[in-house]
Design a protein around this ligand. Structure first.
Ligand code: ACO
Length: 364
């Protein structure tokens, strides 16, 4: 009897789990569908930096067949053609650019000169600029900067820092704060949460935390969602007077003084951020009131990065991102070894970014 009970219970649980999953996937699919429909309405020329890797090539195939983007394959030509043949992926008619080949010499020389002129007063000499053009992240970002492609998607096969550094050096930020940060959208059954900074600034000062909050708020509004922001910490409203809580508190103070209309507060522990009832009981004075928080700013890169990865591994959530905030051109960086689906989703995000981004500096 006990055995039957256990078996029965696990079936019930599975059913409940399946229903929850469907609900959650519905939400996830809606957001992704919106982005991919918008991408297909005006597909852009996107450079895929690691086209000589199977998952990227597979994603390129989907992206092309679904009309999401016009892909440009960057990588080792022999490896791309071999992978395509082995896996029956049709690359006929797709531009393949292999920076090692002789016919790219002039282009590399041209890009190296552009990079040198940009950074000659920042310690870069011409020889180093030429050498960097053999790095496909520099080469690919340069294609966008030179106007030969509309967007860039890299990072599949290189460390995040190595992919984002060329973007920071070549393209830079698009806002008056001169700030760049990374965000993830965490899709839960309660709806989307926006987590930042999860990818860029490893030791944020209070001003960096405030700037990250402003960039994130700006992005959340693009989804037609009113940002309700918690800056989280291991302490609550002054209960610890040093270290990261102090930086968080100063960031909140700065935001309250300079952006009084923003619905933001902290520092607070995560349970008070995510549980409005609990928060109202203990801290009824916050600017958040009884609203549900949807945007979470972390005190450090470690905490933000760990939080979303833990949720991805343990929680019943879907993760979209990383979405690079504040960069001047449509440059996006994948998680290393991202799945085919993640690459396709990020390609859609890059296309939509290319449709909407202009060279104006945003006032924040
Ligand atoms: N916003 C705007 N500009 C920036 C920022 C920023 N957050 N960070 C650096 N810059 C600027 C620098 O001021 C510099 O400007 P310059 O043109 O005057 O030289 C330029 O970008 C290039 O900076 P570098 O000095 O070459 O690079 P830096 O050593 O500052 O490194 C980097 C920048 C690579 C982003 C570094 O901060 C880093 O490694 N961050 C962590 C990345 C990471 O490992 N993330 C976690 C994993 S990601 C994942 O899980 C998907």
């Amino acid at each position: 009897a006990i055995e039957t009970g256990v078996a029965r219970k696990s079936i019930d649980n599975w059913e409940a789990y399946r229903i929850e999953l469907m609900k959650r996937m519905g939400l996830y699919n809606k957001l992704v569908r919106d982005v991919s429909v918008k991408a297909k309405s005006d597909p852009k020329k996107i450079v895929f930096a690691d086209a000589d890797h199977f998952k990227v090539l597979k994603a390129v195939d989907i992206v092309r067949n679904e009309g999401i983007a016009h892909p440009v394959l960057l990588g080792d030509r022999t490896a791309i053609l071999k992978l395509a043949e082995e896996n029956k992926i049709d690359v006929e008619g797709l531009p393949i650019i292999d920076p090692k080949e002789e016919d790219q010499k002039d282009r590399k020389e041209n890009y190296a000169q552009m990079l040198f002129e940009k950074r000659m007063r920042k310690g870069l000499n011409k020889e180093d600029a030429c050498r960097l053009m053999n790095d496909r992240n520099y080469f690919g970002v340069m294609m966008v900067e030179a106007g030969e492609a509309d967007g860039f998607l890299g990072g599949f096969a290189s460390k995040y820092a190595d992919t984002i550094r060329p973007a920071l050096q070549i393209v830079g930020s698009n806002n008056t704060l001169n700030h760049i940060a990374g965000m993830y959208i965490v899709m839960t059954k309660k709806g989307p949460y926006f987590f930042a900074d999860t990818t860029v600034n490893y030791q944020p000062s209070s001003r960096t935390l405030a700037d990250t909050t402003l960039l994130t708020v700006n992005e959340v509004k693009k989804f037609n969602i009113e940002p309700v922001v918690a800056l989280v910490s291991y302490s609550n409203f002054g209960s610890t007077r040093q270290g990261s809580p102090l930086r968080v508190r100063k960031a909140v103070q700065y935001l309250h003084e300079n952006y009084p209309n923003l619905i933001v507060d902290g520092e607070m522990q995560a349970n008070y951020a995510f549980n409005a009832e609990l928060r109202m009981k203990k801290f009824p004075f916050t600017k958040l009131g009884s609203r549900e928080v949807n945007t979470v700013i972390f005190p450090s890169l470690s905490s933000g990065n760990i939080a979303y990865k833990m949720m991805q591994q343990l929680g019943q959530v879907e993760i979209i991102g990383p979405v690079l905030l504040g960069i001047r051109k449509p440059i996006h960086v994948l998680q290393m070894q991202a799945s085919v689906r993640e690459i396709v989703d990020m390609a859609s995000i890059t296309v939509v970014d290319a449709q909407t981004k202009d060279d104006d500096i945003i006032e924040l």
